[in-house]
Design a protein around this ligand. Structure first.
Ligand code: 5AD
Ligand code: SF4
Length: 461
């Protein structure tokens, strides 16, 4: 990265540690881009940084505590530096910053600046202020953050490889009763269509072959086109598929309520739209779904899955589940396990419910005991593992297009991704990186598949 600006007189280094979801990974890249014109280049060595940023996540349990202990470590590191060493600024961004900004300022005096996800485009300005005093910026301004963020730099994008994230939507209006996102990321906002297409074209020009559209509620996307008409995610996918060079499109994370006909049709019509869908349902019990404010029933979820599979029979499904939500009985939990068995997930994430201050779930008085949550999690995870191994086993013997992404762990090997997001290891030459090739799956390991390339005459190499 430093190749781009090797000898700037004011060259400075930024070290960003990113926690949590892909949205944060994307945001960290945008922070890097926003800082680049101000002489900052990224470093992976905290020791040489002029600026250390923690881009935090609030979804996981004890997220805030982890941030405080990391801040303590960074403060000690800064204090131990040689006297006269350059000043290192410390900043906290992301959802913990948004949720607990004032508390971070009070509890961690070493922190120079705290700013939420709506303020990233103001980062250079905040840094200037932080030179003379501590800064906190966690407002939700009316202005459009997307409009101010610089487009990704071509040369930076190349170093990000063949796959890239592209944020199309941010925030959430759903208010599931366990979730902090509507409070930390604010109301739902969609990027205008032209902006998304321009960024996608830039990525394609820089060599990106696969884009993953990001949003907390990505399938609620309703960006405006040039005529001020609202465009759905499905319609957006048709436009993106037209861009030369974009050969694969994915999106995450979706809500079952927003799985509309246009999006399902896009899955039917567009070979570019990958047959892998992360569609969290959280629970298989109607009582719990209602208490979670998910606004759909288990039967409606099954019906949505049926429609998706009718449009794209090979669709691989993924999901998120929470066990031990307040009031969850053995029968409620059994409905969740039954759902996992009936649907057959290619992969899924499962979590013990944990309270988030300020969410309705935290006020509920029928909280579940920790040991019950732990037992249920173990049962559910065992079922999910069985499902995903069965899914992988079903791929053995199948030939599928694999995007060859990078050199493998061993020499003479390359690693790629199947349409179903599985890692595939192949004995082949590095020169094939960047291509999408037919690969026959010949074996299955714990978290990956083994494959061999099938050549034009049908023979495997
Ligand atoms: N407790 C447990 N899991 C949670 N998630 C979100 N909030 C909580 C919480 N309070 C999980 C959900 C969501 C995923 C990103 O994290 O399953 O889909
Ligand atoms: Fe959180 Fe997703 Fe529910 Fe929004 S839809 S509140 S982001 S779990």
């Amino acid at each position: 990265m430093s190749d781009n600006q090797p000898n700037l007189p004011n060259a400075k280094k930024v070290f960003i540690k990113t926690y949590g979801c892909q949205m944060n990974v994307y945001d960290s890249d945008r922070m890097t881009d926003a800082l680049a014109p101000h002489g900052y280049t990224p470093t992976s060595e905290m020791g040489e940084a002029d600026l250390v940023l923690l881009n935090t996540c609030h979804i996981r349990e004890k997220a805030a505590e982890k941030v405080y202990s990391e801040l303590g470590r960074i403060r000690d590191f800064r204090n131990e530096r040689e006297p006269g060493a350059k000043k290192m600024l410390i900043g906290v961004a992301g959802c913990v910053a948004q949720a607990e900004g004032e508390e971070i300022m009070a509890r961690a005096p070493a922190v120079d600046l705290v700013f939420g996800p709506q303020s990233y485009h103001r980062l250079p300005e905040l840094l200037t202020k932080a030179q003379t005093g501590r800064v906190i910026d966690t407002d939700f301004p009316e202005e459009d953050k997307f409009a101010h963020l610089p487009a990704p730099k071509k040369e930076v994008t190349i170093s990000r490889g063949l796959t890239a994230f592209l944020t199309v939507q941010e925030g959430c209006d759903k208010f599931c009763s366990f979730c902090v996102v509507p409070y930390t990321r604010g109301a739902e906002v969609s990027r205008p269509v032209a902006q998304v297409l321009a960024e996608a074209r830039g990525l394609a020009d820089a060599g990106v072959r696969e884009i993953t559209l990001l949003g907390q509620n990505v399938n609620a996307y309703h960006g405006l086109d040039g005529n001020g008409v609202s465009v759905s995610l499905g319609a957006l996918c048709y436009m993106l598929a037209e861009i030369e060079g974009i050969e694969r499109i994915r999106y995450t994370t979706s809500h079952p309520r927003d799985m509309d006909d246009e999006l399902i049709a896009a899955h039917r019509d567009l070979p570019e739209l990958m047959p892998y869908l992360h569609l969290p349902v959280q629970s298989g019990s109607d009582t719990i779904l209602k208490a979670m404010n998910r606004r759909h029933t288990a039967a409606e979820y099954y019906e949505i899955i049926d429609r998706i599979r009718a449009a794209r029979p090979d669709m691989a499904l993924s999901g998120d589940f929470i066990v031990g939500f307040p009031g969850e009985t053995d029968a409620d939990f059994a409905a969740t396990v039954e759902m996992v068995q009936k649907i057959g997930y290619a992969s899924a994430f499962s979590f013990k419910y944990s309270t988030r201050p300020g969410t309705p779930g935290a006020q509920m008085d029928n909280q579940i005991e920790e040991h019950v949550k732990a037992e249920r999690l173990e049962i559910l995870q065992a079922e999910i593992t069985r499902q995903s191994q069965a899914f992988n086993a079903g791929c053995v013997g199948v030939t599928m297009p694999v995007l060859i992404e990078k050199p493998g762990r061993n020499s003479g090997q390359v690693a790629g991704r199947s349409p179903y997001l599985q890692a595939v290891h192949i004995s082949a030459d590095k020169s094939l990186i960047g291509q999408i090739l037919p690969v026959e799956i010949i074996g299955q390991a714990k978290n990956s598949l083994e494959g061999r390339i099938v050549t034009a005459n049908g023979l495997a190499v």
